[in-house]
Design a protein around this ligand. Sequence first.
Ligand code: 2DT
Length: 212
Amino acid sequence: MSCRRGALIVLEGVDRAGKTTQCQKLVHALQQSGRAAEMMRFPDRTTKIGQLISSYLEKKSNLEDHTVHLLFSANRWEMVPLMKQKLEQGINLVVDRYAFSGVAFTSAKPGFSLEWCMNPDIGLPKPDLVMFLQLNPNMAANRGEYGIERYETSAFQRTVHQRFEELMQDSSVNWKRYLQQQWRGQAHRCAFCRAGAGSGRSRLGTDRLHLG
Ligand code: 2DT
C-alpha cells in the first residue's frame, strides 16, 4: 500500500526566537487537522554524539571548532535513516534547527567560509519549507536564560543573523521569513497557513522532497 510522503518542515532563527514553542504548536495543529506529525530537534542531545555536543554547549568541555562542526553534522546524519523512514510512512516532520543553523553558527566564527561549513551536510534530506523566525538579537538577549550556553551573546547572535541572511539568498531553498509580530499571539496560525496546513491546498504530504 502506498502512502503520501510526509513533508519536512524546518524552523530556524537566532536563539530565543521561540522556535521550539512554534514547532510544538505546528505539530499540534497538524495533528488536530488529521495529519500525522512529529517533532525532531537538532542537536539531538540524546545520542552519544549529541552528548558530546551538549557538554560542549554547556561549556563542560572544549572541542576544536572544525571538530564540533563535524559532530553537529554527524548528529544530523545519524538521524537520517529514521527521518527517511518516518517521511516515507507519511509522517510530517517539524524540525527545530537543521543544517542551516550548523552553517550559520560555525561560519560566524573567524576563519570559516559558508562553503566549507556547508560541505558535510550535502546530501541530507532537503526541507520542503524552512521557516525563519526573525527576532531582533537585542530583544533575544532580554529573554530568559540568555547567556548560559556557549554562543549566547548578542554580538555572536548578530553575526549568526547575518549568516542566516546570506543563506536566505539561496533561492533553491524554500525559505519563508516570519517577523516577530507575525507569530506573536496569532503566530502559529499564521505559520500553519503559510505551511499550507488546513488550507485545503496543502503542500504537505506531496512528493516534493528531494532525498539526498
Ligand atoms: P538549541 O538551543 O536549539 O538546543 O541549540 N548549533 C545548532 C550549532 O552550532 N550547529 C548546529 O548544527 C546546530 C543544529 C545553535 C543549541 C546551540 O547549538 C547551535 C545553538
